[in-house]
Ligand binder design. Structure first.
Ligand code: 13P
Length: 253
């Protein structure tokens, strides 16, 4: 079983002052790095301050998006080189909000995954089906296509550094969580997909998170499942006490 990874996705929330206060509030209570990889994915504007605030602490900072080119005439975008330079460790790629609101395609997601890996950033690759796709029995097909296209031309060695977040679109921000059994069956299917694309060792090394209305009171049940190695959390990651509870849930009793 790989080490659990709990990642906060703050989305477009907080001011810089609030972000710094959050770090102050959690810094004394973070669990050791041997127990869990704790990650905070913050808006780009906060990353410089947060990577400094996280120095020496068992928490790493992630971005929520980036462009795949290193530099150039791409007004408004942020490159992997810039993120790496700030000490950012992770980057969320292909979140459903980016796919649906900002029109990101699987081809772009693939370019971003490859660019992140090429620059030593660990991608948190988001996949997941809509309600309509689930109800028409297409969940596995959708997820398999997303994973396969996102990992095109990614080597097995590189793929081991990819975190895959299974986030059913209908469970994001809705208070509806997939049952832990349903979430696990898709997570297991994702692992099988990675095994088919690569080999068993790579499939075992890839960490698979569940995301979608994860809260302190449902996380333990999700983590107890065989193929769920962590969570990507929106709403419940915004409050320091709640985030600490999510991290604490990874402790082996
Ligand atoms: P919520 O935890 O707010 O449902 O958001 C999930 C998510 O989209 C994390 O990336």
């Amino acid at each position: 079983m790989p080490k659990p990874i709990i990642a906060a996705n703050w989305k477009m929330n907080k001011t810089l002052g609030e972000a710094v206060q959050f770090m102050e509030a959690i810094k004394e209570s973070l669990p050791p790095v041997e127990q869990v990889d704790a990650v905070i994915c913050a808006p780009h504007l906060f990353l410089e301050r947060l990577t400094k605030a996280a120095e020496g602490l068992p928490v790493e900072i992630g971005a929520q998006n980036m462009y795949f080119e290193e530099s150039g005439a791409f007004t408004g975008e942020v490159s992997p080189v810039m993120l790496k330079d700030l000490g950012v460790a992770y980057v969320i790629v292909g979140h459903s909000e980016r796919r649906t609101i900002f029109g990101e395609t699987d081809e772009w997601v693939n370019k971003k995954v490859r660019a992140a890996l090429a620059h030593g950033l660990k991608p948190i690759l988001c996949v997941g089906e809509t309600l309509e796709e689930r109800e028409s029995g297409r969940t596995n097909d959708v997820v398999k296509t997303q994973v396969t296209l996102a990992l095109k031309d990614v080597t097995a060695e590189e793929a081991k550094n990819v975190v895959i977040a299974y986030e059913p679109v209908w469970a994001i921000g809705t208070g509806k969580t997939a049952s832990s059994q349903d979430a696990n069956s898709v997570a297991r299917f994702i692992r099988e997909t990675v095994r088919d694309l690569y080999d068993p060792a790579t499939a075992d090394a890839v960490r698979i998170q569940y995301g979608g209305s994860v809260k302190p009171d449902n996380i333990k049940e999700l983590l107890a499942e065989s193929d769920i190695d962590g969570a990507l959390v929106g709403g419940a990651s915004l409050d320091p006490a709640s985030f600490l509870k999510l991290l604490e849930a990874t402790r082996n009793e």
